[in-house]
Design a protein around this ligand. Structure first.
Ligand code: ARG
Length: 459
């Protein structure tokens, strides 16, 4: 394997160096993007008469063949080539000779790799957005079965207020929507062509950067050649966006690990998405969700790695930037896999509505609604809060729920409490009474469902 720069150095690189500097083992997955970028570059060189049309055709044919060979697994990757850019260029020169040697005119690996990673991310972001949409659809589907089924909502993991199951499920759909919007913004920011920025300062040859940008579907070019080859802010942003997806998935996983436990018994994940124990025969373990929670750590780690790679580099290209791909790729892969299995888990889970209902009378989920009942009777909220607090303490002592108090007991605490109070008590009654926008009742859940069904069908 001939290295493009080998005339410069007196000695061949030591084997240790070869292994340490190579990125081919992981950047080969950029090959398609490297090849389309090279074809666009060569077409532009021909337009600008820097190479002939015949040379362009030879380059294009050679590159297409290399692409087919890589696709078919026939291409031999030699790590002495360092990276995918040199591996493809060397193979091209070997196959077509001199025209191949003209391909790198007005170009450097620095602008080449910056182009490849942007092209790759553009597609990957769309793949992730599609995976997010599938997970949202799975939540929507499950939510539409439970617009009237109540469950407890928790704050501080203590029983808070009653909600309908659909409202709980749709909270994830909303988070995921923001994740998708963040990725869209990231794609918009990175969607500019660095190609033609060369090593750092552009070229004395009359290359046409707008032409290559247009051929590659970039709406614009990065205008400053130094910035174009030296920054990877969009890689950090991409990983951050994925880190938030991972955070959302982790919280979802944590909920469902708890909810599927014997203690909660709120839901049952299909056997196909559980594992068992090698020793305890009764076990159905939520390992998929535990791993989803755990993989969030790897994504966070990648974000710290990426930010640290960027920090402290002098302006311009530095080889540090090569390792951006390790973290971008692993993050994209982990996020895609987690989104995919999350959608499958959601589609294969049943809420145990009967069991949930049976437990709704304990925990005073209706206490806030009772305070609001008093407000409607003219009691200032702070006083109402105190009255209900005292009633809850009384019930706790007597082992009762609020709905089990007699009218006389209510009257003792506040004369405004009438027979209609019972209509405001109990989880089922409370969720029916939610009236504020975005509240966790059946009506609002139904409205949100209608919105999401339409929105997801349109996107
Ligand atoms: N493999 C390198 C990377 O991924 C390509 C650019 C190398 N450029 C250089 N001048 N050493 O960043």
């Amino acid at each position: 394997m001939q290295r493009s720069w080998e005339k410069r150095l007196a000695a061949k690189p030591d084997e240790l160096t070869v292994n340490y500097v190579e990125s081919l083992s992981y950047d080969k997955r950029l090959y398609k993007y490297d090849i389309v970028g090279s074809i666009a570059h060569a077409a532009m060189l021909a337009q600008q008469k820097l190479i002939t049309q015949a040379e362009f055709r030879a380059i294009e044919k050679g590159l297409v063949e290399i692409s087919e060979d890589i696709e078919a697994g026939r291409f031999e990757f030699d790590k002495a080539a360092e990276d995918i850019h040199m591996a493809i260029e060397a193979a091209l020169i070997q196959r077509i000779g001199d025209p191949g040697a003209k391909l790198h005119t007005g170009r450097s690996r620095n602008d080449q790799v910056a182009t490849d990673i942007r092209l790759w991310l553009r597609d990957e972001i769309e793949t992730l957005q599609a995976a997010i949409a599938r997970l949202q659809a799975a939540f929507v589907q499950l939510a539409s079965k439970h617009t009237n089924d109540p469950m407890p909502a928790y704050t501080h993991l203590q029983r808070a207020q009653p909600i309908v199951i659909a409202a709980y499920l749709l909270s994830f759909v909303e988070q995921l929507e923001r994740d998708s919007v963040r990725l869209k913004n990231c794609r918009m920011i990175l969607n500019a062509s660095p190609l033609g920025s060369g090593a750092i300062a552009g070229s004395t040859l009359a290359i046409d950067r707008k032409s290559t940008a247009e051929q590659l579907g970039f709406p614009d070019i990065v205008y400053n050649s130094i910035d174009a080859i030296s920054d990877r802010d969009f890689c950090a942003e991409f990983i951050f966006d994925c880190a938030l997806i991972a955070a959302h998935l982790s919280r979802f996983a944590e909920d469902w690990i708890l909810f599927s436990s014997h203690e909660f018994g709120f839901l049952r994940i299909d056997d196909a998405f559980c594992t068992s124990s090698s020793m305890m025969p009764q076990k159905r373990n939520p390992d998929v969700l535990e791993l989803m929670r755990s993989k969030t750590g790897a994504v966070y780690g990648a974000l710290v790695a990426m930010l640290t790679i960027l920090k402290g580099q002098p302006s311009g290209y530095n080889r540090d930037l090569q390792e951006d791909k390790i973290h971008v790729f692993s993050t994209a892969d982990t996020t895609a896999k987690s989104l995919e299995i999350a959608a499958a888990v959601v589609s294969h889970t049943t809420f145990q509505t009967k069991e949930i209902r049976a437990g709704l009378d304990s925990g005073f989920l209706d206490a806030t609604a009772l305070a609001e009942y008093l407000v409607q009777k003219g009691i200032p909220f702070r006083k109402a809060h105190g009255i209900v607090g005292a009633l809850v303490a009384q019930c706790e002592q007597q082992g009762k729920s609020l709905g089990q108090l007699s009218r006389a007991e209510f009257q003792e605490r506040s004369s405004v409490i009438e027979a209609d109070v019972y209509d405001s008590l109990g989880a089922v009654n409370v969720v029916r009474h939610y009236v504020s926008a975005g509240a966790a009742g059946p009506e609002q859940a139904q409205q949100q469902l209608t919105f999401w069904k339409k929105h997801l069908a349109e996107s």
